[in-house]
Design a protein around this ligand. Sequence first.
Ligand code: SF4
Ligand code: SF4
Length: 424
Amino acid sequence: METRLTASFRASPQAAVAESILRACVHCGFCNATCPTYQLLGDELDGPRGRIYQIKQVLEGQPATRTVQQHLDRCLTCRNCETTCPSGVHYGHLVEIGREVVEQQVRRPWSERMLHALLRGVLTRRDLFGTLLKVGRVLRPLLPRSLRDKVTPARAEGRWPRNAATSARQVLLLRGCVQPSMLPSIDAATARVLDAIGIGVLTAGSAGCCGAIRHHLNDPRGALENMRANIDAWWPYLESGGIDTIVVNASGCTAMAKEYGHLLRDDPAYASKARRISDCTRDITEFLLPHAETLRSRLVAGSTAKVAVQTPCTLQHGQRLSGVMERLLEQLGVTSAPVAEPHLCCGSAGSYSLLHPQLSRQLRDRKLENLQRGEPRMILSDNIGCIAHLAGGTTLPVWHWIEWLDQAIGATAAAPATSYAQGR
Ligand code: SF4
Ligand code: SF4
């Protein structure tokens, strides 16, 4: 598309990125076919092509409106459109820029501003969130449905391996913000599975939220602060020469950490460090794929069950790791039930399910229908947000696949066993 960006925007550091993305789009509309909001709402302005056009108009000087803001808000940032686009349009980077520019021009109603501030303040603080979650678990029956569905029952964490520092190899694990309180079993299972193949897990105490929550809640500055804090926490481990990989077991956070290099490219103090962080970040699925054979030899008899695999958008579209989780599970001997529309978002999308509960629930129900059609015994995912969101709509157990593997190889033996039958 031809572009005529305003002189003031042209002077901004984002101009070159926005212009090259806008010019790559040939306006063919193929992306609309796989966009969840276009499928639900049938409105061109709630599809990727329409959103690109609205952003273009704003960057070319047309005043942003509340309506444009809402069309951009309704986007899940699932990046399904990027996978579909034959012209390689980086929609995700463009929508970030568009949202930031629109946010500067359109003041949100106070109720929305308060809600965004509350979510940014609570979800990104591990201790505060953990305390509130404990209270929420006690008061669960009294909570409104949208919140009640999110309050997952605790699953036993089990013991962490004690010998991480003496293992032949060590990796850093990002613990993030909400996951250690919601399902501490995921990080502990990750540490046990890695320990089983001789890899020790280290965690940097001061590393926290990856920045995705603030990034998607229109707080780019706060998101960059989260990213810089993580880089500061990890850098000494990378500099000492002993650590060459940061493993992340929530695909939403992996996708974000892989973006650090792009998002901090104009920060002279952090640009090169951020690039290195992105380069050495690995999702747990891609990290463990080469070890599948070794892990399979450790499976205990009768551990494989028929499962349905939910591949998060942040894994298949955000990180372009489509099929990796399925391949890993297949190599581990897992029987997967066929799942229709595997490319479609489940509606979780960070805080989207709290901000757009109706659309989110429609997508969740559609996803669950597809996941359950093959009559699996459980649903496996790779992202805490999707797990909590899907678990709110089914009685089937919804687990991170690493939790399943942890039990399947008997690594969790020191911890109380959790039955597959234990769903919600
Ligand atoms: S983003 Fe890609 S698929 Fe969508 S309209 Fe533009 S060129 Fe076509
Ligand atoms: S990111 Fe997802 S919801 Fe947003 S326009 Fe693209 S396909 Fe649609």
